[in-house]
Write a protein that binds this ligand. Structure first.
Ligand code: AHM
Ligand code: MG
Length: 369
């Protein structure tokens, strides 16, 4: 097709979200603005992650900056300046990048700072929960907007040093009452989220987003500094051929989990065994699950009765995306999005993926009950 050959009609993420929002008579552009600030954070992290290997050499993420008197890192990337943002916001990113003479920040700490500042300066947020921060951040009244954002700025950061894919995960709620903002605004069940997504920093940088009308994937075109729609209306296969779990924990699993994995390896219905794929980086494992189908699990075990993954910024956003793509997400007790968290860093077991595979897991838990 001519159009495909030239690709002159680019569906950027901002254009896509604006289109989606224009169908909602109540939308005033706030979510679009908020999302473009999240996108800025993702571009910053993508650029920093790409340089992480080099940084060892030049001192970007090392413990101390070997050339403490000179800026260790000059933000030369055209990506950051090609985004339409206020000059002060660009300054803010540059500032985080080259805190001259100070100890250089670890990539996850740096990413967190960039996201917090981008979110606050959007003027559209009021409560932020980050994996990196013990306490929730309440935005000062003058900059307050109606959204709460829960995020993990750099999930899987233990994988950075060996170049494995890592990601940012986020979930967005609307506050109940702007005059009276409390922690209750983020301790809502996941089904109340208005949008969720992740950005994967892998062989390419991919942002997967849902605002409640299905799931779409965008790939960063580094030459444009823009995320372009490359995976419209993602639907997860009804059943998959892959299971994804840390089998090293098998000795402590509960019975339904053990039975399910056994069935994956030794199916009794004549079907072929499933393949095992486990990266150990949630964004990458979930991304593969979404595209290829199958199931990703981080179950409870005797040592961690609530599993490992965090409800607000890992379990909920991924469960929201899975359901929007036609899959399911289950905690071992209930639909994951029905869970009502009581603490901001609460954990939950999670089984998510293809509809039929999760259905099978639900069956095994029902048998046990
Ligand atoms: P982190 O937030 O400390 O990076 O841990 C979260 C990561 C997930 O990305 C991944 O699914 C999980 O931990 C892997 O855990 P394990 O190493 O126990 O298999
Ligand atoms: Mg994490």
């Amino acid at each position: 097709h001519e159009a495909d050959a030239y690709r002159t009609d680019l569906m950027t993420i901002t254009r896509h979200v604006l289109n989606e929002q224009s169908r909602n008579p109540e939308a005033r552009g706030d979510l679009t603005i908020l999302l473009s600030h999240i996108v800025l954070g993702c571009k910053f992290v993508a650029s920093a992650v790409n340089k992480a290997g080099l940084a060892k050499l030049i001192g970007l993420a090392g413990e101390t900056n070997v050339q403490a008197s000179a800026p260790a890192y000059q933000p030369s990337s055209p990506r950051l300046t090609s985004v339409i943002f206020l000059p002060c916001e660009i300054e803010m990113v540059k500032h985080s990048l080259c805190d001259q003479g100070e100890e250089q920040k670890k990539l996850d700490v740096l990413s967190n700072e960039v996201f917090v500042k981008a979110l606050v300066s959007s003027g559209r947020t009021c409560v932020l929960v980050s994996e990196e921060d013990e306490e929730a951040t309440f935005v000062e009244p003058a900059l307050r907007g109606k959204y709460c954002v829960c995020f993990d700025p750099l999930d899987g950061s233990s994988n950075i040093d060996c170049g494995v894919s890592i990601g940012t995960i986020f979930g967005i709620y609307m506050i109940k009452d702007k005059e009276n903002v409390t922690l209750e605004d983020v301790l809502q069940p996941g089904k109340n989220m208005v949008a969720a997504g992740y950005c994967m920093y892998g062989s390419s940088c991919t942002l997967v987003l849902s605002t409640g009308n299905g799931v779409n994937g965008f790939t960063l075109d580094p030459s444009l500094g823009e995320f372009i729609l490359t995976h419209p209306d993602i639907k997860i296969p009804k059943k998959g051929k892959i299971y994804s779990v840390n089998e090293g924990n098998a000795k402590n699993w509960d019975e339904p989990t053990a039975k399910f994995v056994e069935k994956c390896k030794f199916p009794k219905d004549g079907s072929s065994p499933k393949s095992l794929r486990y990266i150990g980086s949630m964004v990458a494992d979930v991304h593969r699950t979404l595209l290829y189908g199958g199931v990703f699990l981080y179950p409870a075990d005797k040592k961690s009765p609530n599993g490992k993954l965090r409800v607000l910024y890992e379990v909920f956003p991924m469960s929201f995306l899975m359901e929007q793509a036609g899959g399911q997400s289950f905690t071992g007790k209930q639909r994951a999005l029905d869970l009502v968290p009581t603490k901001i860093h609460e954990r939950s077991p999670i089984f998510l993926g293809s509809y039929e595979d999760v259905e099978e897991i639900k069956g095994l838990y029902a048998e046990q009950a």
